[in-house]
Write a protein that binds this ligand. Structure first.
Ligand code: FAD
Length: 404
């Protein structure tokens, strides 16, 4: 006999978006099931874990979960720049620890977490609206009935695809990374490496984790390039290209591989009884393909809006719309601006990158952080586009603003 469960809210996916949504909903007083297909939360790491201290503090992520970063180094084939800040504003997360902390916060609020539960299908009512999900759990077939479902299944967007609301992402990033022990590491400095040899449509990175650990990775934009990031990563490590050489002897600890959507904010994210959040909604900063802070932030908004709707008994798309309104207001225009910079970066030759680093060099640390975070506030952009002493910087920000 298949197992049957009944909850107010079912959240599919125990990543940062799902745990955060489950946490906020349970805190708001509804019964929540969080479903994860792997054997434990964050069993497989698919991310480099860079995020920002300001967001870490806002979310209450404990100090032991991240390594602070103060210096931002870039290198292209014939240029190098380091922007040094006085305080750390970025961080590299211990991904497993952080994701498990998020899930634990949810559990403490009463969320029931089901691991080894792979959701494959949706249950619909007579109107064709979702009223639950089904799949395979540790004891065989399992069904979860609910008033609202949150699809936080990441890149695969399992629920939304099963409803027929979306196809596979057309434009996305593919990334491969080794977590390694290194002989010489500056724990406060990250490296972004650009140019054809690192990645023909993307970049490579060195992110320090503390304790002489680093994540070295390569990201490649699809369909722009058919380079396999795992193969390219192996090549640049074997060649000890650029700053990799400075790390000395490297010992492999773990391999990570993942995909991240880069189709802009093309999807609707609310339907009757259904919300999409995190990567399943395409909520990522396209400049450096980072989405963890959006997954947590909008996960919490999704959980709050869904649980408010459940409490009022009205869970149609209009009742869930405050969620979509919230995130669009906060990031839609920023993501569009970041997309323009990304389009420019994808077209750069090696010489073009050498020159681009000369522009980046001109930014103050706080301007650089806002830029790389795609935190393009209008007044800041106008200031940089109009008053920056360097013409090239003014031109870059005029382009971001949309002026030819
Ligand atoms: C190579 C790479 C590097 C990245 N680096 C960064 C970075 O440095 N900083 C940053 O902010 N972002 C980074 N990102 C992006 C970031 O990882 C994502 O934006 C973020 O993980 C989105 O969170 P999520 O909860 O939406 O999805 P995910 O983290 O993908 O979580 C989805 C969860 O759902 C589960 N699941 C999937 N399908 C099912 C199913 N059918 N049934 C049950 N469970 C299911 C999965 O097992 C997973 O646990 C990177 C991405 C890649 C690919």
């Amino acid at each position: 006999m298949p197992e049957e469960h009944h909850y107010d809210l079912v959240v599919v996916g125990g990543g940062p978006a799902g745990s955060s949504a489950a946490y906020a909903a349970a805190k708001n007083g509804v019964r929540v099931a969080l479903l994860e297909k792997e054997r434990s939360i964050a069993e497989t790491v698919r991310t480099s874990g860079v995020t920002w201290i300001q967001n870490i503090k806002e979310f209450g992520i404990p100090d032991g979960c991240f390594n602070p970063i103060k210096n931002f180094s870039f290198c292209s084939p014939n240029n190098e720049v380091t922007i040094s800040d006085t305080v750390p504003r970025a961080a590299v997360l211990d991904v497993r620890k952080t994701y498990r902390w998020l899930a634990n916060e949810a559990e403490q609020c009463g969320v029931d977490i089901f691991v080894k539960t792979n959701i494959k299908n949706v249950i619909k009512n007579e109107e064709g609206d979702i009223v639950g999900v089904s799949g395979v759990g540790p004891n065989g077939e399992t069904t979860f009935h609910s008033k609202v479902v949150i699809d936080a299944s990441g890149f695969q967007s399992t629920v939304c695809k099963a409803m027929g609301f979306a196809e596979q992402w057309e434009r996305f990033g593919a990334g491969a990374e080794y977590e390694m022990k290194a002989e010489h590491v500056d724990p406060e400095t990250w490296w972004l490496m650009v140019g054809q040899e690192y990645s023909p449509a993307g970049y490579a990175w060195i992110f320090p984790l503390g304790n002489n650990m680093v994540r070295i990775g390569v990201g490649v934009g699809k369909p722009e390039s058919n380079v396999d990031p795992a193969q390219r990563l192996k090549e640049i490590i074997d060649k000890k290209l650029g700053p990799i050489k400075k790390l000395g002897k490297l010992t492999e600890i773990e391999f990570h591989y993942g995909l991240i959507p880069n189709d802009g904010l093309s999807r609707r994210t609310v339907f009757n009884n259904l919300i999409l959040v995190g990567d399943s909604a395409g909520q990522a900063n396209p400049l450096v393909l980072e989405g963890i802070r959006y997954a947590i932030k909008f996960g919490r908004v999704a959980g709050k809006v869904a649980s408010d709707a459940i409490k009022t008994g009205k869970t149609d798309k209009e009742s869930l719309y405050p969620y979509e309104n919230n995130w669009r207001k906060e990031i839609e225009s920023k993501i569009k601006s970041a997309g323009k910079v990304q389009d420019r970066w994808i077209g750069l030759t090696d010489e073009g990158w050498d020159k681009e680093l000369d522009i980046i060099k001109e930014l103050k640390p706080e301007e650089f952080i806002d830029f790389i975070k795609a935190d393009f506030g209008l007044s800041n952009m106008i200031k940089l586009a109009t008053h920056h002493p360097k013409l090239a910087v003014r031109q870059l920000f005029n382009m971001v603003k949309g002026k030819k």
